[in-house]
Design a binder for this molecule. Structure first.
Ligand SMILES: [Mn+2]
Length: 290
């Protein structure tokens, strides 16, 4: 008997498409990321997969003309639909207005999911972008509900002050694709593929991948597909210096998450580092601007 697939989609978490060289990597990273995208998109084409769901931080920085144009050109060669949410890296001041992602949305290259579900092939698909505080409320728990979220969903705390999302709160969803925490995991139908691009040495052991979701009758099934990658892409010298870039990024994200008040991001950053020596403060400001 032919099994009936209700919905088939490619699932991927943070892409972090980047428009600047990464000095700790030996490759032409700009080129490499497009090779990875082509691998994913060709897989979709070859297997007649109509949907790609992406869990935010599609871009490493909210604006970049070169990258935006090249990405649009690549997308225009394929016929699948891209559904996504926005991560903090896609936004300017907690908003997607005037960003790459907003332009892609307005030109129809992708659709941004929100708390009002999109109905595709008998599945209700909800989205939670990073600036959306609450987990979307499910209309009908008996339906096949899928959530795409850019939110700190993880098995364990990744840094001090990590505001872990309780898995119980996600129980109305039959499947959750999440991004934000740069770590692959798959537990209780909650999936994070980890980032497509390894931006720094802390991700040395991460093997970039995506998952394919087959929603057959009642059960969502997934299979993991590894994206070809260069195993020794990082410069050894930089590895020895041991700058904790992930720690720094987590620190910045932690401050951004606290930014729920009328204070601006820079006010909170200023208060947070005011006891550090002047030189350190300057380095932090420079790194954040980057
Ligand atoms: Mn990210």
């Amino acid at each position: 008997m032919r099994r009936e697939i209700l919905m088939e989609a490619i699932l991927i978490s943070d892409l972090h498409l980047i428009d600047r060289p990464i000095f700790s990597r030996k490759d032409d990273t700009y080129q490499t990321q497009f090779e990875k995208l082509k691998f994913i998109f060709d897989y979709a084409k070859k297997n007649d997969i109509e949907y790609i769901f992406q869990a935010g931080d599609m871009f490493d920085k909210p604006r970049s003309y070169r990258l935006l144009e090249d990405f649009m050109e690549l997308l225009s060669k394929y016929s699948f639909s891209v559904y996504c949410v926005s991560g903090q890296h896609d936004m300017l001041f907690r908003n997607i207005k005037n960003t790459n992602m907003s332009i892609l949305n307005k030109t129809g290259y992708l659709k941004i999911l929100n708390d009002q579900p999109v109905f595709i092939d008998s599945v209700f698909i909800y989205g939670q972008s990073w600036n959306q505080k609450d987990i979307p409320k499910v209309n009908d728990k008996t339906q096949k509900n899928l959530l795409v979220a850019h939110s700190p969903i993880a098995l364990e705390k990744n840094y001090h002050g990590h505001n872990l999302v309780d898995f119980q709160k996600l129980k109305d969803f039959r499947f959750v694709l999440c991004g934000d925490i740069h770590k692959e995991f798959f537990k209780d139908n909650i999936l994070n593929t980890g980032p497509m691009l390894r931006k720094d040495i802390t991700l040395k052991k991460h093997n970039p991948c995506f998952y394919v979701l087959d929603w057959i009758e009642k059960k969502p099934n997934v299979k993991r597909i590894e994206i070809p990658f260069i195993s020794d892409v990082f410069e050894e010298k930089i590895e020895l210096q041991g700058f904790d870039k992930q720690g720094f990024d987590d620190f910045i994200e932690e401050i951004q998450m606290k930014n729920e008040t009328s204070f601006g991001f820079y006010d909170i950053l200023k208060i947070s580092i005011e006891n550090e020596p002047k030189e350190i403060q300057e380095i932090i400001y420079e790194l954040e601007k980057e």
